[in-house]
Design a protein around this ligand. Structure first.
Ligand SMILES: Cc1cc2nc3c(=O)[nH]c(=O)nc-3n(C[C@H](O)[C@H](O)[C@H](O)COP(=O)(O)O)c2cc1C
Length: 438
């Protein structure tokens, strides 16, 4: 068996697509009902969790203004994802909810306290995706003139995670007695300061609330560079991973296993979830037809601009890709943002033109998963057999609507279940236990 997660790639925000079945999404994206329904649909489909992206900025690198961003609803507007967590939890019973927190946005004490609060409010279904933020524009909203260099951001994130973890552990098991007769609510000898004084943070502790049902909420991680992998190997229970072939996926997972062992953890302690955008259809022919339409659209002006926008963003807001000649050679730039994402466009494509890259390269691919639910389910099973396990993080970046969710929860999941590949229900246990169950 393997795990399923769903990547809500535009967070609690407007979804950029304007497809045939998107209805009033551009007007209603902030309404609660669609997120509650999303949680319920995914839970019925056996998804272990929904993974909510977040970024706090309005991008204006591409074209030197926010015009394109706001015309197309690209990563903005967006609400804070944290209040969404208890809402989605109240409408569901078992699904884990991972919200994103950037280490430059939340002080460690605020983060530890918020996550523990969410763990209580969700009865042990809270998780946090720890990110370092990608662009200068985010950093500039939180007291920085520019974002820190890539590797330093991860050094800061390492200290942040260390402090947050120690705050979560600042109440020993058994500290809460809750005896109204004595009276003794908590034994103060089991509640400890952490007295942290490091390069980036100074925090006394202890946390001023009792541990949540999970003690430490589930920790996720999204960066795939070496420092990103190291952060995950030290702290994470799950991470999203990008791989375009079985070989890359296997190598990624084996690399993570080595890193986990080096940090005194077991390979099974971290679930590596491969981000994938399958193409489903009523039949294999229908799915192939949809895929042919997607491929034909990569030459549309809108698609080309969208990828140039994306490159400008993932460069960390350091390069405006609208300024390059499309038929000149691909610029050799990794920038200061998502280095592993930039590599997918740049490395190995040095001889191609920018146009060939933006029309030919996909940051997140379909791994050949194109077909009817039955076909895709069989192929997912074969892929996971070869990779060795863990699971997939499914993503439909420009088509997130109730119809798409039904295709996955009511189409693909039953096909996976018929093959015994995914869970057929949930035990009444906290999120981490579901994640570590197989
Ligand atoms: C698929 C994916 C999702 C991500 N989600 C977020 C996010 O929600 N918020 C954020 O600030 N950064 C996000 N990031 C950025 C990473 O967390 C990380 O900070 C960045 O990719 C740099 O990491 P890397 O150089 O290790 O790849 C995401 C990256 C990827 C590839």
């Amino acid at each position: 068996m393997f795990h399923l997660g769903w990547f809500l790639g535009s967070g609690f925000g407007i979804q950029p697509g304007r497809g045939t079945f998107d209805g009033r999404a551009w007007r209603d994206w902030m309404r609660p009902r669609r997120y509650v329904e999303m949680a319920t649909a995914l839970e019925s489909g056996g998804y272990d969790f929904v993974f909510i992206e977040d970024t706090a900025m309005i991008e204006d690198t591409f074209g030197g203004s926010a015009a394109w961003t706001l015309a197309h609803g690209e990563m903005a507007p967006k609400n804070d994802p944290l209040p969404l967590v208890p809402l989605m939890a109240a409408g569901s019973k078992h699904i884990g909810i991972i919200n994103t927190m950037s280490t430059i946005q939340y002080a460690p004490y605020t983060a530890a306290r918020l996550m523990t609060t969410l763990d209580h409010l969700t009865d042990g279904r809270a998780g946090v995706n720890v990110v370092t933020s990608v662009t200068h524009r985010v950093a500039q909203n939180f007291g920085y003139d520019e974002h820190l260099p890539h590797d330093e951001r991860y050094a800061m994130a390492g200290e942040w995670m260390d402090v947050v973890t120690r705050l979560w552990d600042s109440w020993e098991p058994g500290a809460v007695v809750a005896d109204t007769e004595t009276p003794l609510y908590a034994d103060h000898t089991k509640v400890h300061t952490i007295d942290h004084s490091g390069k980036y943070y100074k925090v006394r502790g202890p946390l001023n609330t009792i541990p949540g049902p999970q003690g430490r909420p589930v920790v996720g991680q999204a960066g795939n560079s070496v420092p990103g992998r190291e952060l995950a190997a030290r702290y994470a229970d799950t991470m999203l991973a990008m791989g375009h072939s079985v070989e890359q996926m296997k190598a990624f997972r084996e690399d993570m296993h080595q890193r986990l062992i080096a940090h005194g953890r077991k390979p099974g302690d971290l679930k590596v979830m491969f981000l994938v955008t399958p193409m489903l259809g009523e039949s294999d022919a229908h799915a192939r037809d949809r895929e042919a339409q997607r491929r034909a659209a990569v030459h549309d002006r809108h698609h080309i601009e969208q990828i140039l926008w994306q490159l400008s963003y993932i460069s960390g807001g350091t390069v405006d890709f609208s300024t390059f000649e499309l038929d000149a050679t691909m610029p050799d730039i990794l920038g200061n943002g998502e280095q592993s994402s930039m590599r997918q466009y740049v490395v190995g494509n040095e001889d191609k033109t920018l146009r060939e890259v933006v029309t030919g390269v996909r940051q997140i691919g379909d791994l050949g998963l194109i077909g009817s639910p039955d076909t895709v389910a069989a192929e997912m099973g074969e892929l996971m057999d070869e990779v060795g396990g863990d699971g997939f993080l499914l993503y439909q970046p420009r088509a997130l609507n109730p119809r798409t969710l039904a295709e996955y929860a009511d189409g693909l999941s039953p096909a996976l279940r018929r093959r015994g590949l995914i869970r057929d229900g949930f035990d009444n246990v906290p999120f981490r236990d579901n994640l570590l169950a197989f």
